[in-house]
Write a protein that binds this ligand. Structure first.
Ligand code: BEZ
Length: 237
């Protein structure tokens, strides 16, 4: 329960089914996450239209959209502003803002209007200790089955690192495709961890396989997984 508004608020967790909702967006109505079945999708919130950090984030996300698309990953934004504010802000971004070499940036992914805060509350985006009128910077990475796979929350003052969000999508897809885990700061081409923690069956299978492993200790083995193999498995055909 939100103590200020007395309205229910929930916080979807990793492994949960992404809460379902219908919403109006700058690209028409959407039914989330059902409409995205078969794709990865990132649902993210920003505090307010016509604010500087959010503007830098939208320009960056829109510029990186083709990269996300390569990994079959769609984007959906949300703030508690109304549709006409969204439309005016995105038009201003396209027509007027030049920032860090980005200009003429068209945001073509849907941006949800959520003036009732219904979706923001469902996704724990309203965090009254930070702001009772604006959503925090939340990121939900949802897989093709509609399961929440990663959750990030940032405060109002801190712009997100979109390379990291892309790395999360690539890392999750690699872990799924190869039954491995990825170590700190992993990037495609770096060694991966075998087996996925806690799965004894996989452990036995991996021990028996001809894969060349390096074991740093009994609980920490890595193997090579070259970048081309990773990309061949996860890049959209
Ligand atoms: C911003 O995006 O610049 C911002 C939005 C809300 C509060 C503080 C900063």
């Amino acid at each position: 329960m939100d103590t200020e508004t007395n309205l229910p608020t929930t916080l979807p967790r990793i492994g949960d089914k992404a809460p379902s909702f219908k919403a109006v967006t700058t690209q028409g109505e959407i039914q989330f996450p059902e409409q995205y079945a078969g794709s990865w999708v990132i649902l993210f919130s920003h505090p307010a239209d016509f604010t500087p950090v959010c503007t830098s984030e939208f320009m960056t996300f829109a510029t990186l959209m083709p990269e996300f698309d390569k990994y079959n990953c769609k984007l959906v934004g949300l703030s508690v502003d109304g549709l006409y504010s969204h439309i005016a802000w995105l038009r201003t971004i396209k027509e007027k803002i030049e920032y860090k070499g980005m200009k003429d940036v068209e945001v073509t992914f849907p941006l949800i209007e959520d003036i009732t805060m219904e979706v923001a509350r469902k996704y724990g985006m309203m965090q009254p200790g930070e702001s009772s009128t604006k959503a925090v910077r939340a990121v939900f990475v949802v897989d093709p089955k509609g399961i929440v796979r990663t959750v990030l929350y940032y405060p109002l003052s801190l712009g997100r690192n979109f390379d990291e969000i892309l790395r999360i999508v690539i890392g999750l897809q690699t872990a799924d495709a190869f039954s491995v885990a990825t170590p700190a700061d992993w990037r495609p081409g770096d060694d991966v961890i075998v087996p996925t923690a806690g799965s004894c069956g996989v452990a036995k299978e991996r021990m028996d396989s001809k894969d060349e492993m390096t074991c740093h200790d009994w609980f920490f083995c890595t193997k090579k997984l070259d970048k081309d193999t990773v990309l061949k498995a996860i890049v959209k055909k």
